[in-house]
Ligand binder design. Structure first.
Ligand SMILES: NC(=O)c1ccc[n+]([C@@H]2O[C@H](COP(=O)([O-])OP(=O)(O)OC[C@H]3O[C@@H](n4cnc5c(N)ncnc54)[C@H](OP(=O)(O)O)[C@@H]3O)[C@@H](O)[C@H]2O)c1
Length: 189
């Protein structure tokens, strides 16, 4: 069965971006970049892969699901297919048609769409975010990979936007980096 993995960078206080959507306040150093490339090459956007010379297919994911808020910065920059190496789905009620033939637009019931995707054959599904979509998809999140950066943001876009719904996970892996970032992998209990 295919799994849904929310792989995301977060502050210590659970914010994935600043109030304006930026996230360049996370300290990312060369050691981290090397880890991203080695472990999660398919999670890097196509233009980043090109800049870093990454061609690896990656072993985990062949599909990405993202909210319109996460897709928007790419779109604004004229990039309509930000993960061209993956099958891409964008969830949005406001977009009327997909800006790119390589991007499937999901206009309603993302939870049902993800359940259907999981029944298909393939590698894992990468949930790119953001917090609103992650909140909607929480019942189907199998794995959480949190890149916990040693910074308190104070405000911003939350990791999950959902109603109160305690959902338990077990820690299955952790790795500490020199920068103080800790990569935590959790499996749904
Ligand atoms: N730190 C990280 O690793 C990381 C990762 C990903 C994203 N981010 C940041 O997070 C921010 C985006 O997060 P966000 O929470 O604001 O937005 P988001 O979850 O990416 O997108 C929200 C939009 O997705 C659509 N959507 C979400 N749930 C839906 C549902 N149940 N049914 C239909 N449509 C639904 C709606 O689009 P419409 O308004 O078009 O209807 C909604 O406005 C960005 O600033 C991004 O840079 C950070």
């Amino acid at each position: 069965v295919r799994t849904l993995t929310y792989y995301v960078g977060t502050s210590l206080d659970g914010f994935i971006a600043a109030p304006d959507g930026s996230y360049d306040f996370y300290p990312v150093d060369e050691e981290l970049v090397q880890w991203f490339v080695a472990e999660y090459p398919e999670v890097l956007p196509t233009h980043v892969r090109a800049a870093l010379g990454v061609t690896g297919e990656g072993r985990r994911f062949d599909t990405v699901v993202m909210g319109r808020g996460t897709y928007a910065p790419a779109l604004k920059a004229g990039i309509t297919s930000p993960y061209a190496h993956l099958r891409q789905l964008v969830v949005s009620r406001s977009l009327e048609r997909s800006p790119d033939p390589a991007v499937e637009l999901v206009r309603e019931a993302p939870l049902e769409r993800v359940r259907a995707l999981k029944r298909e054959e393939g590698k894992g599904i990468y949930l790119a975010g953001g917090g609103e979509l992650a909140g909607a998809l929480l019942p189907e999140v199998d794995t959480l990979v949190l890149k916990l950066y040693p910074v308190v943001a104070g405000a911003g876009i939350p990791l999950f936007r959902a109603g109160f719904s305690p959902t338990h996970f077990s820690l299955v892996d952790s790795r500490t980096f020199r920068s103080g970032m800790v990569a935590l992998t959790y499996a749904r209990r």
